[in-house]
Design a protein around this ligand. Structure first.
Ligand SMILES: Cc1cc2nc3c(=O)[nH]c(=O)nc-3n(C[C@H](O)[C@H](O)[C@H](O)COP(=O)(O)OP(=O)(O)OC[C@H]3O[C@@H](n4cnc5c(N)ncnc54)[C@H](O)[C@@H]3O)c2cc1C
Length: 444
């Protein structure tokens, strides 16, 4: 490294001691992709980020960026070029009075959420421990109370970023507005290195509670029909979710949960009562109509479905198709689902605040995602295509995908509108004319 490109953090060239540990540590999914960058830079300062981008420019290298490493596909790990690891940039500031916060890309959403709750404030951070703001906010962000506040990127007011020419700039509605437009929804295809997000924050909900029901597989159609029917009545502060998964004995079942993060006790109680209206309620194997929980319990509950150090294949779709049309696909998923904690998630998403003009632009009434999860590398062949195959089988009913759970390398799919994709290409050509930053995996 010449003195023009000196870093405060560590660097690893391919083949050097520590390179492989540094590379595989960038991916949370235990299936680290077989792709090998030439240089890994572990940035510890904003200056390191700018230096890395300038070095890449000088050497003609492309740049992949890792924040929390929770991209299932390991989108930041590419062959050749520079892998810029910004996970050590984790500073968070909170202005509780001014209802504003700033976060660096490596800040885990769950930690920031706890700091906010301690000050009676809230942000729609991701549902799992460890998901960091870098990738989460760029792709949209489907977090706690996501239907109350919209995808989390709606609450981003500005970003600080290093552009392809190595300059540190701010982008907002009024400054560099086209880059800001792209930052809210382009996800792993964004073309600048974000060093800080400026966020609007909210009052913390007064009441947090949940309910859990499980039904035998024979009731799959009845439970999904009912959930689709009540979906439009479900208040924004309740996240109605259905799961197809295996119980402890290995039997496939349908689970229903409805976390509420409500402003009043009366609202919470009315929302939870909706879950008692299932026409096959008397067939429930388990019924817990209400459990009062803290946010930490909600995080722990979700995280139990996504164990660390496991191997994952994930794919997804948005849809507004009726259950009758989805049923063959749902039954196929139930018939082929790998062992626990693999699962299919069905999430009620309709009715939510009006969206501003931003790159994020594809969503629908219902979200479906398949998460294949296993521990033994020997099972890669057996389970590695389960999610992709099932989402491919249901493609005719899909209106697009979330970038949160993208699998574009294996199954290209629509993730923003055609008009926004064309505009993203134009804005990229202006800000990153030499293609310094990688585009979406699977798209040249
Ligand atoms: C266990 C688990 C639970 C999840 N739960 C949720 C959830 O509840 N809601 C939800 O919406 N999503 C969820 N996700 C998906 C997650 O939000 C996305 O994978 C997101 O990209 C993760 O952000 P990250 O910073 O941790 O990931 P990374 O893998 O580090 O980043 C993903 C991509 O974002 C880009 N990027 C990251 N940082 C920067 C930066 N500073 N500048 C420019 N580009 C950058 C890069 O292109 C990178 O490839 C979950 C994922 C996992 C593994």
């Amino acid at each position: 490294m010449t003195k023009d490109f000196r870093f405060d953090g560590a660097t690893f060239t391919r083949g050097s001691d520590g390179y492989e540990a540094a590379r595989s540590a960038t991916v949370w999914n235990a299936r680290t992709p077989e792709r090998y960058p030439e240089l890994i830079v572990q940035a510890v300062s904003e200056r390191d980020v700018a230096t890395a981008v300038r070095l890449a420019g000088a050497e003609g290298m492309s740049v992949g960026i890792r924040a929390g490493g929770h991209s299932w596909a390991g989108s930041h790990v590419r062959d050749g070029g520079l892998l810029l690891d910004v996970s050590r940039l984790r500073d968070t500031t909170i202005d509780a009075e001014g209802m504003r916060a700033t976060v660096q890309p490596g800040a885990p959403g769950s930690e920031t959420m706890q700091a906010l709750i301690d000050q009676d404030r809230f942000f729609p951070g991701g549902h799992c421990v460890g998901v960091c703001f870098g990738g989460y906010l760029l792709q949209g962000g489907f977090g706690w109370n996501g239907r109350v506040h919209g995808p989390a990127c709606m609450s981003v007011e500005a970003i600080d970023a290093v552009t392809a020419d190595g300059e540190q700039i701010r982008a907002s509605e009024t400054e560099n507005a086209d880059l800001f437009w792209a930052a809210r929804g382009s996800g792993p295809g964004f073309f600048a290195a974000v060093t800080r997000f400026h966020l609007r924050i909210y009052e913390a909900p007064e009441v947090t509670a949940n309910a859990v029901y499980t039904y035998p597989l024979e009731e799959l159609e009845a439970v999904f029909e009912w959930a689709a029917e009540i979906g439009p009545e479900v208040p924004r502060f309740m996240e109605l979710m259905l799961f197809i998964h295996r119980d402890q004995a290995g039997e496939v079942e349908v689970a229903v949960t409805g976390p509420v993060l409500a402003a009043t006790e009366a609202e919470a109680a009315a929302a939870l009562a909706l879950l008692e209206t299932c026409p096959v309620r008397d067939r429930a194997k388990l019924a817990v109509p209400r459990v009062d929980v803290g946010l930490a319990d909600l995080y722990a509950g979700v995280h139990a479905n996504y164990p660390d150090d496991h191997r994952y294949c994930v794919d997804n779709m948005w849809t507004h198709a009726p259950v009758a049309e989805l049923l063959p696909g749902l039954e196929r998923i139930a018939a082929t689902i790998p062992s626990a904690p693999s699962h299919m998630l069905w999430m009620n998403w309709g009715d939510s605040p009006e969206r501003p003009d931003m790159a994020y632009s594809v969503e629908d009434e219902t979200y479906i995602a398949c998460y294949g999860i296993w521990a033994d590398p020997a099972d890669d062949r057996r389970y590695g295509d389960w999610a992709t195959d099932n989402m491919r089988a249901m493609e005719a009913a899909a209106s697009g995908i979330q970038l949160a759970d993208e699998n574009l390398r294996n199954r290209p799919a629509r993730f923003v509108t055609e008009a926004n994709l064309a505009r993203l290409d134009e804005v990229r050509a202006k800000w990153d004319p030499d293609g310094r930053f990688h585009s979406w995996l699977g798209r040249p």
